[in-house]
Design a protein around this ligand. Structure first.
Ligand code: SF4
Ligand code: SF4
Length: 342
């Protein structure tokens, strides 16, 4: 399902105002010098000129800290669940992060669906926003992505000149456009469609990193016992920032906060496979007790394990981990080294 419309550039802020009246709106905002996704009340708060938000929008469906339920066991057992989900719009999701949702969906869905994730996914309309620049760390093309690819969005917007091409990709996107119909006149989209294709070609030509993944999974698997992993592990600080900022990472911990009076709250919080305690057993045994094993696990998860489990890569080439690692550990260099060593 693809229907194309044009949104005049000057109508974006009023459109976001309208969306905020009808939905719970989350969008990129400038906060202390970085761009983050936040709940907003109107278009003026939204940052429209940005590269890639620091923290991926996975937090909308899988929050950094999430209350699963509160309990009161003082007299029987009373459980208090979080308030019901309201219809939401997640605006301004870049193409690589749209693909990140595809990687997370089978983890939290499938046979044993996680209701907290599933309900937010179900009640959220995702509005993608095509890139207008390519950052030095970007390599989404290696995974078949593109700076203007709308796969995974309900409605995809791409800035072309003074307007936005609006592509309606799902029934949820169609409903949003119908509820804001006066912003999306039905005629005149052909030129914008051509301009988007040209923009895609121009941005793809600007990629700094050309990453060839052919044979990398097989070589990475064959290197499981190799001492190669000692090389990146020697530098790694184990800070976990690469995993927190990754749109596909999904390690979490469950914490019961007991107030000591038979009441309390169960929380789910992001965790990281780069931390020693993440795999520490109560017995004291740790199956990934060394940093080398943890670094190897992270890269094998990205390049092999996620593919084995779900048929999708565990990386979308957003480059956040490359930009944020304090000791310059670079997944594209690791890929090149795996090809050399393997
Ligand atoms: S960001 Fe770099 S130093 Fe920190 S855990 Fe990841 S690879 Fe190691
Ligand atoms: S591994 Fe790095 S480049 Fe790949 S999706 Fe995660 S943060 Fe982005």
């Amino acid at each position: 399902m693809t229907a194309a419309r044009v949104l005049a550039g000057g109508r974006m802020v009023p459109l976001l105002d309208r969306i905020a009246q009808k939905y719970r709106l989350t969008a990129p905002v400038q906060e202390d010098g970085v761009v983050l996704y936040r709940r907003v009340d109107g278009g003026r708060e939204v940052c429209l000129d940005f590269g890639l938000p620091l923290v991926p929008p996975k937090a909308h469906f899988f929050p950094q800290t999430e209350r699963l339920f509160s309990y009161n066991a003082a007299d029987g057992l009373e459980l208090k669940e979080p308030p019901g989900i309201t219809a939401s719009v997640l605006f301004g999701v870049r193409p690589c992060d749209l693909r990140g949702f595809a990687a997370l969906d089978p983890v939290f869905g499938g046979r044993f669906a996680d209701v907290y994730y599933r309900d937010k996914r179900e009640y959220t309309t995702v509005v993608g926003l095509g890139c207008t620049t390519v950052r030095p760390e970007c390599f989404c093309a290696a995974y078949g992505g593109s700076p203007v690819d709308g796969q995974g969005a309900d409605l995809m917007l791409t800035r072309v000149g003074e307007s936005y091409l609006a592509e309606v990709l799902t029934p949820k996107g169609e409903q949003l456009v119908r509820r804001c119909a006066e912003f999306f006149p039905p005629e005149g989209a052909e030129e914008a469609v051509r301009a988007k294709a040209a923009l895609g070609r121009e941005l793809e030509a600007r990629f700094n990193r050309r990453v060839d993944l052919a044979g990398v999974k097989e070589k990475a698997d064959a290197l499981f016992e190799s001492s190669y992993w000692g090389k990146p592990a020697h530098r790694c600080l184990g800070c976990g920032i690469c995993t927190y900022l990754c749109p596909t990472c999904h390690c979490f911990d469950i914490v019961d906060e007991d107030r000591g009076d038979r009441t309390g709250t169960r929380w789910r919080c992001w965790d990281s496979c780069m931390f020693r305690d993440f795999t520490l057993h109560t017995s004291g045994h740790n199956p990934r007790g060394s940093k080398m094993e943890r670094v190897r696990n992270r890269f094998l998860h990205k390049l092999s394990y996620h593919l084995d489990r779900y048929g999708l890569p565990g990386c979308v080439g957003c480059g956040r981990c490359i930009a944020a690692c304090p000791v310059n550990i670079d997944i594209t260099r690791v890929i090149a080294e795996i090809k050399e060593v393997g």
